[in-house]
Design a protein around this ligand. Structure first.
Ligand SMILES: [Zn+2]
Length: 165
C-alpha cells in the first residue's frame, strides 16, 4: 500500500489520507507550508513589521503638533451682497487637514480688507464639524459688514483655537 509521511508529525500514513491518524493534522499543501521553518520565519517577520507599523501609527496620532502648520487653506473667496438694508460679507475657503489627527472645536477667522490692505472687519464662525485626517471642508465665515460695499477687496481665512483629539 502506498504511504506518505504526515506533514506535521512525519509518521507514516496512507498516501490518500486527508487527515493524519496519529496527530489528526489535515494533510494539505497549506499545512505542509506551515511546517516549513522558512514560512514560519516569514510569518514572524511580517507580524513584527505589522506590530511596528501599528505602534508607529498610534504614536503619530497621539503626538501633539503645533497648530500653525496643521491646516492648509486655499485662497479665500470674498462674497459681498446687499440684503435687507444690511451688507452681508462672506469669506469662503477650502480647509484641508494634512495631519494624521482629527480636529474639532475650532473657530474660523476671516479678515476683510480694502484695496489698500487695511483691515475693515474681522468676523468669526464656529463650525460644528470634525476634520478627519487628510480631509477637507468648505470653511465659511459670514456676517454683517460695517463698511460700504465697494470697500471690500479681499478676505483671509484662518483656523484658530483648534483642539485635536
Ligand atoms: Zn501526523
Amino acid at each position: 500500500m502506498d504511504t506518505k509521511r504526515c506533514v506535521a508529525c512525519k509518521e507514516e500514513i496512507l498516501k490518500d489520507a486527508l487527515k493524519c491518524k496519529h496527530c489528526l493534522q489535515i494533510q494539505t499543501k497549506a499545512a505542509n507550508l506551515q511546517n516549513k521553518p522558512a514560512f514560519n520565519y516569514l510569518l514572524i517577520v511580517l507580524l513584527g513589521a505589522f506590530i511596528i507599523w501599528i505602534a508607529y501609527y498610534i504614536v503619530s496620532i497621539s503626538m501633539k503638533e503645533p497648530l500653525e502648520p496643521a491646516f492648509e487653506i486655499s485662497s479665500s473667496a470674498l462674497n459681498v451682497t446687499m440684503g435687507d438694508e444690511k451688507l452681508n460679507v462672506r469669506c469662503i475657503g477650502d480647509i484641508t487637514n494634512p495631519t494624521f489627527k482629527r480636529w474639532s472645536d475650532f473657530s474660523l477667522q476671516a479678515i476683510f480688507k480694502n484695496a489698500d490692505g487695511k483691515v475693515i472687519d474681522v468676523l468669526y464662525a464656529e463650525p460644528d464639524v470634525t476634520i478627519y485626517p487628510r480631509f477637507s471642508f468648505k470653511g465659511i465665515v459670514s456676517g454683517e459688514g460695517s463698511a460700504a460695499e465697494y470697500e471690500y477687496h479681499t478676505c483671509e481665512l484662518s483656523v484658530i483655537n483648534a483642539d485635536d483629539y
